[in-house]
Design a binder for this molecule. Sequence first.
Ligand SMILES: Nc1nc2c(ncn2[C@@H]2O[C@H](COP(=O)(O)OP(=O)(O)OP(=O)(O)O)[C@@H](O)[C@H]2O)c(=O)[nH]1
Ligand SMILES: [Zn+2]
Length: 294
Amino acid sequence: MEEGRIIKALSGFYYVKTEDGSIYQCRGRGVFRNQNITPLVGDLVTFEYEDPNEGYIMQIKPRSNELVRPPIANITQAIIVTSAKAPDFNETLLDRFLVLIESRDIQPVIFITKMDLTSAAEKEKMESYRKLYENIGYRTELLSMKDGQGFNVLEHYFKDHITVIAGQSGVGKSSILNMLDDSLDLKTGEISESLGRGRHTTRHVELLEMYNGLVADTPGFSSLEFDTLEANELSYCFPEFRERLGDCKFRGCMHLKEPKCAVKAAVSTGEIAASRYGNYVRFLEEIMLRKPRY
Ligand SMILES: Nc1nc2c(ncn2[C@@H]2O[C@H](COP(=O)(O)OP(=O)(O)OP(=O)(O)O)[C@@H](O)[C@H]2O)c(=O)[nH]1
Ligand SMILES: [Zn+2]
């Protein structure tokens, strides 16, 4: 029995990559279909084969998480791409992405793009946002495609991770992916050729090899609704709230009107940013007003 990770799903085949870099074309076992289990890109699996083009996936290891769009399992990192300008930087949108990513137990990283379009005052503002988010524990990079600012450090982000890129339209996600793609051609061109298909002939999800990690070729978190998050889970998706939850007087404190609330105390001293607390309250209202689904 061999072990590997599904890095691509296409026309009923799963492409499983083993530790030594070999790729096996496999089918799911009938039993998965009967049990309503679909193997996902990102899954760690065991498989059997006689011919590398005719393997069978025998077992799927338990997943740490899974996304519906794109359908990928075991994501460890999400890079939120957000622009400083065009479209304007929007901290509520950034916090929304952060919460959605935290709620899936995925480590967020923040890339702020298009720094070349900012004025001196705006640059300063972006630097202060960088401080705010780094204080919370999120690694944050200020980037410019135009002069390559910040890009030299990007490769360190990918090692040993399964990364999904997230962010609204027009912020520069494809530009970053294209940049990643180039170096990818050098590294895995051989493998793609041996499988007889180019990487660009498919619209299906694929994990691309990138600086000793894997990156999904399709952006994630396209739905920005909090449709599965419960109100009492929200504060766990704000790391700077999470670390203070034990200090609130009331168990189950929602950090609104309750007395002796450690979160509100930290907001009043500036240890928690007012913008973050404001977005917490806003998201909480949104979750409470959500129509029950049947
Ligand atoms: N000035 C400037 N323009 C950039 C930068 N990064 C990306 N752009 C431009 O922004 C536009 C949108 O970039 P994309 O990479 O297509 O953005 P995207 O996030 O993939 O957008 P969708 O595919 O719609 O989700 C393009 O015209 C890019 O050339 C940057 O750092 N500076
Ligand atoms: Zn509280």
